[in-house]
Design a protein around this ligand. Structure first.
Ligand SMILES: [Zn+2]
Length: 400
């Protein structure tokens, strides 16, 4: 990097930011450990919010707890006297029912808080604004979509968050996603005495699922369809007259997704015709978008991560085959959501094993390196106007 026009050495500034993160390490690990021990579900994350806000307040941030209609959202800001770009680090902190911190949001949150503290340490020298934006309800409710609608992403120049996983990947991806709520209505009858008078809503649902399983062979390889049955009937001695399910459908891009939806829907309708059950289904209005990862920003993150001693690798077709509410907002603000190696290669996200891996030395290393690489990338964006310009130009060219 060397010295910029004002004679400030960017490497010295990055060093100072990283030192501030190291100084804060105990409080960052504490946030993560408490969130791991006391898992809170989407939009109920009152303790996680309080733990993060307390640390940020202690680091001199102005903190707003509760944003718009989301009482567990927060925004912590530290502004320099010198005007400059506003860089946001996104924190997520909800866990999953049963599976706990199996998405590693405790690590995401601690890393976001740490990055904001690191950047805040140096904005007096380089200018700009450090923001930690607490975005609740990632697993269950698309909290970022709500915050976006209510204007809380307005005025942010660039934003980032890091997800723990099995690899170090700066330029990550995610899938676009939609969902359908399905119900079949049949007719109840004694399952032994008069089964011929019943209409079996469970058979309808099973035929639909089997139809989709057969369809998979002819779907593009990036498409993912997965289902749970939320109601399979009431009593085994009664022909099931009401069953429900939820299906999620994902693909690399909206065009592929739009092509698959009618084929899934045909399976749902076909099962109704086969069984005589009545289908009722509600597709999500607007699919969630895939992540628009900014190449220029990811390039900076990649350099910074390698400078921290972590070898990186390019994304592939497996990495990032998930979705998140960052996807939608990445089409409004230049964004990266890199992945940071934390787990062994045979540990899938959303598993008990991932929850277990989200605490301990590897998780702590992930928190520190994620925070440092994000703070360093933010410093590049503020200290190097050509980089921010490249980020903006790329964003403008890719967003229709
Ligand atoms: Zn998740």
């Amino acid at each position: 990097m060397g010295r910029n026009k004002k004679g400030v050495d960017v490497n010295d500034i990055k060093k100072a930011a990283c030192e501030a993160i190291d100084v804060a390490r105990a409080s960052l690990f504490d946030i993560s450990a408490k969130m791991h021990a006391e898992v809170e579900l989407s939009f109920e994350e009152v303790k996680a919010q309080a733990w993060q806000c307390a640390v940020l307040r202690g680091a001199g941030f102005a903190v707003e707890e509760g944003l718009g209609s989301l009482k567990t959202a927060f925004r912590a800001t530290r502004r320099s006297n010198k005007p400059g770009p506003r860089i946001a680090f996104l924190c997520e902190y909800d866990g999953l029912p049963v599976y706990g911190q199996s998405c590693g949001h405790n690590v995401v949150a601690a890393a976001g808080v740490g990055a904001a503290i690191g950047l805040a340490k140096v904005i007096g020298q380089i200018g700009g604004e450090a923001i930690a934006l607490g975005t609740p309800g990632e697993e269950g409710g698309g909290g970022k979509n709500i915050l976006h609608r209510e204007g809380f992403f307005d005025g942010i120049d660039a934003m980032m968050l890091v997800y723990p996983g099995m690899d170090n990947i700066a330029h990550s991806r995610s899938l676009c996603v939609t969902r359908v709520q399905v119900a079949y209505h049949g007719k109840a009858a004694h399952a032994a005495a008069r089964p011929e008078l019943g209409i079996n809503a469970l058979d309808a649902l099973l035929q639909a699922i089997n139809g989709i399983s057969a369809l998979r062979q002819q779907l593009p390889s990036d498409v993912r369809v997965h289902t749970i049955i939320t109601k399979g009937g009431t009593l085994p001695q009664v022909v099931p007259d009401h069953t429900t399910a939820v299906l999620t459908v994902r693909a690399n891009n909206p065009a592929t997704l739009a092509g698959v939806i009618p084929r899934i829907d045909a399976c749902l309708q076909g099962a109704a015709q086969m069984t005589g059950a009545r289908l009722e289904r509600t597709w999500r209005d607007t699919p969630g978008r895939e992540l628009l990862s900014n190449f220029a920003m990811a390039g900076s993150f990649d350099c910074n991560l390698r400078a921290l001693g972590r070898p990186t690798r390019p994304r592939d077709e497996i990495s990032g085959a998930w979705s998140g509410d960052t996807g939608n907002v990445s089409w409004f603000v230049p964004t990266i959501q890199p992945q940071m190696a934390m787990t062994a290669r045979d540990v899938p996200p959303h598993s008990h094993e991932f929850h277990a891996a989200s605490i301990g030395p590897a998780a702590e290393a992930c928190i520190l390196d994620s925070a440092k690489a994000m703070a360093m990338t933010a410093i590049d964006l503020i200290a190097d106007p050509a980089l921010l310009q490249a980020v903006r130009a790329e964003f403008a060219a890719r967003v229709p």
